[in-house]
Design a protein. Sequence first.
Length: 75
Amino acid sequence: MRQWAPSGALLAQPVEITSTTVQRGDIIQVGGRACRVSNLFQLPQGAKQLLFESGELLTMHTRTRLLAVRMLRRR
């Protein structure tokens, strides 16, 4: 079920992410802490290294699947 939101509002929606679909701004819970992706670095064989706003790094391999919260703009 979709919730009503005013035009132009931001909605937080949970999404499954992989190394190919992760985006800057995604919020991933790691060790009980919410971490926002601030930058991405491409690694060999399709892996990506995520830099969080806190300065921590996380490497996602091609088979890694995580749940994230993504802010979507509602038209």
